[in-house]
Design a protein around this ligand. Structure first.
Ligand SMILES: *[C@@H]1O[C@H](CO)[C@@H](O)[C@H](O)[C@H]1NC(C)=O
Ligand SMILES: *[C@@H]1O[C@H](CO)[C@@H](O)[C@H](O)[C@H]1NC(C)=O
Ligand SMILES: *[C@@H]1O[C@H](CO)[C@@H](O)[C@H](O)[C@H]1NC(C)=O
Ligand SMILES: *[C@@H]1O[C@H](CO)[C@@H](O)[C@H](O)[C@H]1NC(C)=O
Ligand SMILES: *[C@@H]1O[C@H](CO)[C@@H](O)[C@H](O)[C@H]1NC(C)=O
Length: 788
């Protein structure tokens, strides 16, 4: 009896236990379903989750590349959701905090992929409650802020991918607390600062991708990362030393940074290297020819550096090479035969070196020699020899030019005799600047220099023909003999004409009449400077032409030929009312970024920098694509030339402006830039005496609520600018206008903020176009506000 009772009690007990277990399971799976449905709701029902509903058994669904759920004993361990590319921001009522709170109810998650879902906000630290996480990929969202400190507790983390968000700040130094990390990818964010040395201790790291951020400084020693296969650092400001790396690398991309060293010899032992891209830096020294024959290499790009050395026809190259780009270096010799055989669709580029090839544009040999010496990589004790070599090289170039100049002189004399009668003023004559009768070696070396700088410049990624000398005939033809229909206007800076060159391109020609007598030599330095200042955001010079008096060959007129910028001044596109359509907020930010980049180039692009540019909104022009270009910068030829000081080389244009003693940034440009920003925001031109008052107004409205902010800004952008974007612009504007030098932001800082403003605005604009309802910022009615 007792036994029976006992066993039946046992049965009951077992049943109850089973029941509890079962219902717990049921409950937990109910709970999971509930969590997933809440995720679906919070993500605003993206189409990839369309199939989710109350009745679905989540652990037993078919997985697709865009949606995967993996369970282990009915507990979700993997959740991958990939939305449509370019998914806009989720609406304003999305809360990243609530979302992560929901997510952490799936505590066994090991793999989490949330890509292109429009998720926005700062990533909350509580995501670290998912303590089993091994793989995280949250690319292509709108996450911002820094990587939360709490991440450091995710001991199992192997893969962290935050690509294509707006994360900012530094890479945390506690990185070395992830012993298992194998993939770290932070591409296309706004990270800045230097890399922590702790990176060098992540021994399991296989992939490190930091492309398109604002990192700078030296790369920490990565030579102990014996597993590292992919290192991508492109589009940052790393440098100057070549990084120390382990030799297992398969992909090494250092493109577009600030490296200035030589390439270490060890590179020739990187037997697994397939992709090697160090283009657009300033690498110097000899090119290791062994790189061309590395066994695995398929892509080699060293273009736009200052690498020197001699190539031989009999060099052997790896047969696997698919693309080789050697262009814009200082290489000499002959292209290897094994490379030039183009049979298998291989791309081989080598223009702008000093090779003995004719089908891609090459410099004359002395150019590469002098340049290679100028970058100074040879050891100290050889200095003497170098100097004499340089002298010889210059001698050769000058000799060549003397010949050219002489034959041009003869040519022009003959032509002049023929065309004498056609010239308007019998007293003036056209001569080429190379052909002055009293040419000096100084002039000729200047001329040499101009022909050098006319090559594509490292800094000015401009899409313009090389700088050159124009003939008077060309100028006359372009302007239809200075016809009144070509006349654009006149100022103290001379007369402007619109013209069309023979190839159909439009140009603006500035004509400077000389009052006192000057020789062409007197201008060479200014011309040289002008020819170097070419940049996407400067109205750049295409060339010049001297017209000289016959009797003493002094200059009568100087023509400066500029690119033509068709869309008028920036001012005409922002001041409300009477003139055309005004610029959108996005266009204004883009224009501001352009102007800032232009200033940055003026300050740092060419040594010595050009400061105190006295920038005004009327001096910024817009091209056909609304790219902003600064038209008046502080070069002697561009300011005060025509009438004032034109006759006196010692005072007139030796350049009070080019102040070599300026060692740090001139802040007046930043201040004037701040005024332009204010004009963008308020939509009107501002008199200097009102700047301070308006600055205070802006300052006050930053702290005020959104509605107040909007009430003071240009009505035409009031409903289209995103709050965060507007706030960022206002803040940086106010900071630019601070009078005390110390507190002015740096140009880098300004650019960073503008880019941030553009990104948040961009993200929002996509959103407002696609889902007009429920956008994070609803357009506000304008209501006047007063400030004290
Ligand atoms: C957000 O608002 C929309 C309507 O604008 C609504 O349909 C949605 O349920 C809301 N989402 C959340 C997570 O509250
Ligand atoms: C992150 O996930 C997306 C979508 O699956 C994928 O396309 C992307 O390659 C992943 N990122 C990395 C670095 O693997
Ligand atoms: C890096 O970015 C942060 C904003 O996220 C900024 O506060 C900081 O000043 C920047 N640091 C540098 C050195 O640019
Ligand atoms: C090499 O790099 C330069 C600059 O980064 C780029 O413009 C060029 O297209 C590259 N060459 C090839 C063959 O990919
Ligand atoms: C290749 O050519 C150079 C000079 O043309 C010569 O010095 C060198 O010995 C040659 N190398 C081989 C392997 O033939």
């Amino acid at each position: 009896m007792a036994t029976r009772l006992h066993s039946s009690m046992l049965l009951v007990l077992v049943t109850i236990t089973l029941f509890i277990y079962h219902s717990e399971q049921l409950q937990s799976s109910n709970f999971q379903s509930h969590t997933l449905l809440s995720i679906q709701h919070q993500l605003h029902f993206p189409s990839v989750l369309r199939s989710w509903n109350n009745n679905i058994d989540f652990c037993n669904t078919n997985s697709k590349s865009s949606l995967t759920i993996v369970c282990y004993e009915d507990t979700i361990t993997q959740l991958n959701i990939v939305g449509e590319t370019r998914t806009p921001l989720l609406p304003k009522n999305f809360s990243i905090d609530n979302f992560v709170t929901t997510l952490v109810r799936l505590p066994s998650l090991k793999v989490l992929t949330l890509v292109s879902l429009g998720i926005w906000g700062p990533l909350p630290g509580k995501i670290a409650r998912l303590s089993s996480l091994e793989i995280v990929n949250v690319s292509s969202n709108f996450l911002y802020g820094s990587i939360p400190q709490e991440f450091s507790s995710l001991l199992h983390l192997q893969t962290l991918i935050l690509d294509d968000n707006m994360f900012a700040g530094h890479i945390p130094h506690w990185l070395d607390s992830f012993p298992a990390l194998t993939v770290l990818s932070l591409k296309s964010n706004l990270f800045n600062g230097t890399l922590p040395n702790s990176l060098g201790r992540l021994e399991n790291l296989r992939i490190l991708s930091l492309s398109h951020n604002h990192f700078y400084g030296s790369v920490p020693d990565l030579s102990h990362l014996t597993n590292l296969q992919v290192l991508e650092l492109d589009d940052n400001a790393f440098g100057p030393q070549f990084p120390r790396l382990g030799n297992k690398l398969v992909t090494l991309v250092l493109r577009n940074n600030k490296f200035r060293s030589g390439i270490p010899d060890e590179m020739s032992s990187y037997y697994q290297l397939e992709r090697f891209d160090i283009s657009s830096n300033a690498f110097v020294g000899p090119l290791q020819l062994a790189l061309l024959s590395l066994p695995s290499i398929t892509y080699l790009n060293i273009s736009r550096n200052k690498l020197s050395g001699m190539l031989f026809e009999n060099l052997s190259c790896s047969s696997g090479l698919e693309a080789v780009d050697l262009s814009s270096n200082l290489l000499t010799g002959n292209l290897p035969k094994s490379l030039s055989s183009n049979s298998n669709g291989r791309t081989v580029l080598y223009a702008n070196n000093c090779l003995e090839e004719t089908d891609q544009n090459q410099h004359a040999l002395p150019f590469c020699h002098t340049e290679a010496i100028a970058v100074g990589i040879l050891p100290e004790r050889k200095k003497h020899k170098q100097a004499s070599m340089a002298a010889i090289a210059i001698g050769i170039v000058c000799g060549t030019f003397a010949c050219v100049a002489l034959s041009m002189l003869i040519f022009f004399i003959i032509r002049r005799v023929n065309s004498e009668s056609k010239l308007k003023s019998p007293a003036t004559k056209l001569i080429s600047d190379n052909a002055t009768s009293g040419y000096t070696s100084k002039l000729l070396s200047d001329a040499r220099y101009i022909s050098q700088v006319s090559q594509p410049m490292k800094f000015g990624s401009v899409d313009l023909p090389p700088y050159r000398t124009f003939s008077l005939e060309e100028i006359e033809a372009a302007t239809n003999n200075f016809d009144t229909s070509s006349f654009m206007g006149e100022s103290s800076k001379g007369q402007m004409y619109r013209g069309q060159l023979r190839d159909g391109s439009l140009v603006a020609i500035r004509c400077l009449k000389m009052v006192k007598s000057h020789r062409t030599e007197d201008f060479m330095h200014q011309i040289e400077l002008l020819s170097k200042h070419r940049h996407r955001h400067l109205v750049s010079a295409l060339g010049h032409c001297f017209e000289c008096y016959l009797d003493d060959s002094s200059v009568s007129r100087l023509f400066l030929v500029f690119e033509y910028v068709p869309n008028g001044t920036l001012k005409s596109w922002i001041s409300d009312g009477h003139y055309r359509k005004s610029l959108s907020w996005n266009q204004r930010i883009a224009a501001a970024i352009g102007v800032a980049k232009g200033i940055h180039f003026l300050h740092t692009g060419i040594v010595p920098g050009v400061y105190s540019n006295n920038l005004k909104i009327t001096d910024v022009l817009l091209d056909q694509n609304f790219v902003a270009k600064i038209s008046s910068y502080n070069l002697p030829l561009l300011c005060n030339m025509g009438k004032v000081g034109c006759g006196n080389p010692s005072s007139g244009f030796k350049g009070p402006s080019i102040n070599k003693s300026v060692t740090h940034e001139d802040k007046s440009d930043i201040y004037e830039f701040g005024v332009i920003l204010m004009e963008f925001i308020l939509g009107r031109t501002i008199k200097p005496r009102n700047v301070d008052t308006l600055k205070d107004l802006l300052q006050a409205s930053i702290a005020a609520d959104d509605e107040a902010k909007r009430s003071i800004i240009d009505p035409s952008i009031r409903n289209t600018c995103m709050d965060q974007s507007l706030k960022t612009m206002m803040e940086i504007c106010v900071r630019c206008l601070v009078k005390e030098n110390e507190e002015n932001p740096s140009l880098e800082d300004v650019l960073w903020n503008l880019q941030f403003a553009a990104q948040v605005q961009d993200a929002w604009r996509c959103d407002s176009q696609i889902s007009s309802e429920g956008s994070p910022i609803s357009p506000l009615p304008s209501r006047p506000m007063t400030f004290h």
